[in-house]
Design a protein around this ligand. Structure first.
Ligand code: ADP
Ligand code: MG
Length: 454
């Protein structure tokens, strides 16, 4: 396996999507949203509209258009965008960016955007490789503090035991391998393939036995057969790389040591010849049946902060033959379009607004918040008493879903410190006293100001 890897980039993406690891799709039946399905709860109208969009995309009828998700914070805009990518199929890339990032990098805005768009186009490649293949019997992932932020934990390595119908083998894994496994949500009972030379992981699905044992939702889980022969073999390996991965690999020769250590390599500008070269290769592979193209999703959060140049660049990008789906999200109403002196809805130029399909998201009812909390607790492997769950749902209804979700982790720490296996209402009360929500912090400062004025 490679010795040096670009951990920072993998880490950043890991942090962004882990809060939504429970989202497996839109949870639709036909075009109708089931109240709770595929990790999704409520927000049925928005999910149904998103389902129509997915249908249009599949039929090639969405070209030249984009989606705008408009709704208050914590109403599932990011969750919906991820669900759209999941609905489009396995290995379809999802690239989240915040509008403010475009201005904070040292590369040109257009280069940053081009990289984001090319990260959102996957190519599924079929190749004969040396691979490890089997059912995951044991999986132990070691977590350690983040190298640049010691207060968050990230996977650093671990071991995995694979078995076939004929043999089994235990393997050691390095960090990017561990991240790759966690990102794909690999668990015991899954069938995986691992490329020996690159450490790339491809998940084929869940074994029938594990699916039956865990009573998984068969509409969202792929079943795969346990392979035979030894674990290590020569076989067709199917893996997905993005156009940007290929661009970076092509231009590797010029990557400096600084880039490798500090993640600067992805910020390097990539020449248009390099990109043309990659496009040419992929076109040839597609023609030979060695690769398929998987257009994915670029999710641009806080889009009211984009400026007029960026909007026009994206408007042009949407019309390209090979374009990912762009999903914008905002919680702003009418506001200034950056770089102009015009006020427009959501701070977006009218010609772009015209081409958007707008999906509204609204705040959740208490019972929906309760359902989401249940799912999140399960994803974070936290067990709650019924009382605790009820209390947390009340908090969510009074403050915000996000605040309630965020109390799960500290409450679980408090329970752990008290050697309790379950999080109780008491532990949540304690977490709530320790961590105030926005309305309480504002009230606190107001009281303080009033005292100062006297
Ligand atoms: N309808 C939903 N079903 C399940 N989980 C949801 C739903 N809406 C939001 N969540 C979860 O609640 C949290 C906050 O939602 P998020 O998507 O970040 O909201 P927004 O992007 O609108 O601010 C996330 O962990 C998200 O996955
Ligand atoms: Mg969001």
């Amino acid at each position: 396996m490679e010795e040096i890897r670009e951990a920072p980039r993998a880490l950043r993406e890991w942090e962004r999507v882990s809060a939504h690891s429970h989202i497996k799709g839109l949870g639709l039946e036909g075009l109708k949203a089931k109240p709770v399905a595929a990790g999704m709860v409520g927000q049925t109208e928005a999910r149904e509209v998103a389902g129509v969009v997915v249908d249009m995309v599949r039929k090639g009828k969405f070209a030249g258009r984009a989606i705008l998700l408009a709704g208050p914070p914590g109403t599932g805009k990011t969750a919906l965008a991820i669900a759209v990518a999941k609905e489009l199929g396995r290995d379809v890339p999802f690239v989240p960016i915040a509008a403010s990032e475009i201005y904070s990098t040292e590369i040109k805005k257009t280069e940053f955007l081009t990289q984001a768009l090319r990260k959102a186009i996957g190519t599924r490649i079929h190749e004969m490789r040396r691979i490890y293949e089997g059912k995951v019997d044991e999986l132990s992932i070691q977590q350690e503090p983040h190298p640049y932020n010691p207060y968050t934990k990230v996977p650093v390595g671990g071991t995995i035991k694979l078995s076939t119908t004929d043999a089994s083998q235990k393997l050691k894994m390095d960090q990017s391998f561990a991240i790759s496994l966690m990102k794909q949500g690999v668990e015991t009972g899954d069938i995986v393939q691992i490329d020996v030379d690159s450490g790339r992981v491809a998940k084929a699905g869940k074994s029938r036995e594990a699916a039956e044992k865990e009573k998984v939702d068969l509409t969202t889980v792929q079943i795969a057969e346990v392979p035979n022969d030894p674990v290590l073999k020569h076989k067709e390996f199917v893996y997905t790389l993005t156009l940007n991965d290929l661009d970076v690999a092509q231009s590797r020769a010029g990557v400096s040591m600084f880039g490798l250590l500090f993640g600067g390599s992805e910020r390097k500008e990539i020449s248009s010849e390099t990109r043309a070269g990659v496009d040419g290769t992929i076109r040839e592979w597609v023609e030979r049946g060695k690769a398929e193209i998987l257009p994915g999703v670029v999710f641009i959060d806080e889009c009211s902060m984009l400026d007029i140049e960026t909007f026009s660049f994206l408007g042009r990008a949407m019309e390209q033959e090979l374009a990912p789906i762009i999903i914008f999200a905002t919680n702003r109403g009418v506001t200034m379009v950056r770089g102009t002196d015009l006020k427009e809805p959501h701070g977006m130029p009218l010609d772009l607004l015209d081409r958007l399909l707008i999906i509204r998201t609204s705040p959740y009812a208490r019972n929906e918040i309760l359902e989401i909390l249940k799912i999140r607790a399960k994803a974070e492997k936290i067990s709650l008493t019924d009382d605790a769950l009820d209390y947390l749902a009340d908090i969510g209804a009074q403050t915000s879903l996000r605040y309630a979700v965020q109390l799960l982790a500290p409450a679980s720490e408090i329970a752990g410190a008290k050697k309790s296996k379950c999080v109780t209402k008491g532990h949540i009360e304690r977490a709530r006293r320790l961590f105030v929500d926005v309305s309480r912090s504002v009230k606190h400062l107001k009281e303080f100001e009033e005292k100062m004025l006297k």
